[in-house]
Write a protein that binds this ligand. Sequence first.
Ligand code: ADP
Length: 646
Amino acid sequence: MTRMNAMPVREQETHILLVEDDPADARLIEIYLEESGFGDWSIDRAQSIQEALDQLSEQDYAIVLLDLTLPDGTGPENIRRIKAEFPDQNVVVLTGFDERVFGLEAVQQGAQDFLVKGDYDENSLAKTLRFSIERQNFIRRLEETQKIARIGSWEFHPDTGRLLLSDQVLALTKPDDSEVKDGLPSVELNHLLRRIHRIALSGREVNLDTRIKISGNGERYFHVQCQLTRASNNEEVVQGILQDVTDRYQTEEMRKARDLARKSTEIREQFIASISHEMRTPMNAIMGLSNVILTSDGVKGEQKQMVQAIRDASDILLGIVNDILDFSSIQAGKIQFREDPFSLRSVCRNLEQILATKVSDKGLFWKMHIDDQVPDQLIGDKLRMSQILFNLLGNAIKFTESGQVALYIELIERDRQRVRLTFRIEDTGIGIPEEAQMSIFEDFNRVKYQNKTYEGTGLGLAITRQLVELQQGRIWLESQVGIGTTFFVDLGFTVESAYKNGHIIPDATLTSEGAFRGTILVVEDHKMNQLVARKTLERQWPDIHILMAEHGQIALDLLERHHVDLVLMDLQMPVMDGYQATSLIRRHPLPRIRQVPVLAMTANAYVSQDTQLHEKGFTDFVLKPFEPEQLFARILQYAPIKSISI
Ligand code: ADP
């Protein structure tokens, strides 16, 4: 090899490798290039194919000018050998006058163009070289674009059976580079191409999504387009492209899976909510009527015990319904926490009242102590706080056969706006074995006992933990088998400082102790629930006067004809529902009707999230099935004029 030009190598210089064994032809090229004003260039020369291959492996060349008659090779074979090792190399072929046909064939083998010796001048030489470089750059850019877009293209010549695959087709359908080099399609691709070509050759356009197995590397998804065209020589050519759409496909699949999951969660939640609503209504009757029977004078002995058992069983059933409902809304991410002012001590006293019978029935001691430093007026979700304490205290009572159950509340942190409190729930019960303590807060987890079974779903603690943690709190426990268990809950609350400015009315201390002699209008379409309400109220307050309406329209008529102290309003009713009735009451021209307290009676456990209640003007609500004590307390709270403390 000899360097024929001594010009210094510069950035923009075009590097040419001239593969020519005839010195005269080589010199002619150099002269033409000098005369053509081709720009900055340099030529290295090789005199055989082997020398050219060595040279190409050492250096990059913008063009190889390749003579087709060399000592170690003749004809299109020369280009095949170069292309086999350097498939992307830009090659322009030089042929003798009587070897033109070789030139054409060389182009088919991958040469950019050919020049016939003795038939070109400086201008056509420069033009051919420039054009070949441009074309090569263009192809390179196209390939880069295809690579970025993960598109590969191919051509199939049915006459000869020749298949030309772009590198990208191979790179996309083969597992690694080493396999791409052979230039052959994988078995799976071959199979696909044959199928597609058959369609295209029948004159139909192919436009489909498919997947191809990548041997040992899973499978990928492709969008394939293919059609039959005609080359300039009228030869039939099938042209196709394939694009790797795996990422898009997977994202789409994930979106579909997510939508499906969301939809099924929604359906499940709706289902659970409506089932629970449907269950609450008959349970209201069972619980309410057994309460009525239990407080009747005539019921004694075994009969009383049986009714008590019905009452206890339905209590448990209600607990389960509530748990499942809560669990499902926590799972659906639907729980919202309210930020309302409340009195901590009055909420705890309420809880104490509800649990009192359970504690005394089991012959346990009860202790509650709230540290003096703990502020009473807080802002937070009092219902959720009660639920947490109710779950933990309920368990403490359930799993304790003798001794004491206690609730302690202490202050652990306080600044101007916030407090952190620790609730300690202590029992002297059976305890929780150490190995079970870790998993006790997980869904459906229960401890198996050899000689006793306790009813429950194993959801209570899972729900409790979620309720605590969703409020940025912490829950943990200490326990010793046979000695007892202590659950600790840390929760933060805002201190109700606005209270001092008189903005917020303190939570009334609820009590069910009081006489009531007024008139209550019960608006309820369900016969069984009418009976429960009537019996429950009459048993508590024999002097009470009860009006009964089956729907809102009748209720409005009765309100106009009678003086009513308080309305208990069911929500879902025929003719006129509770929402409409209450909003008409609030707009009534008569102040005594406009201002009557209206309590919603609802079996909808999500009632606290029902913004309509507030909008339509309900005073408050009672949840069905109701604890009689709570119903009495609510009535006394809102219709206090007719009540006399005893
Ligand atoms: P369950 O509905 O079964 O009571 P929980 O999630 O409330 O479900 O409780 C899970 C299990 O944790 C209970 O079955 C019981 O084995 C154990 N456990 C919970 N609280 C106590 C406690 N105070 N004393 C002893 N064991 C308890």
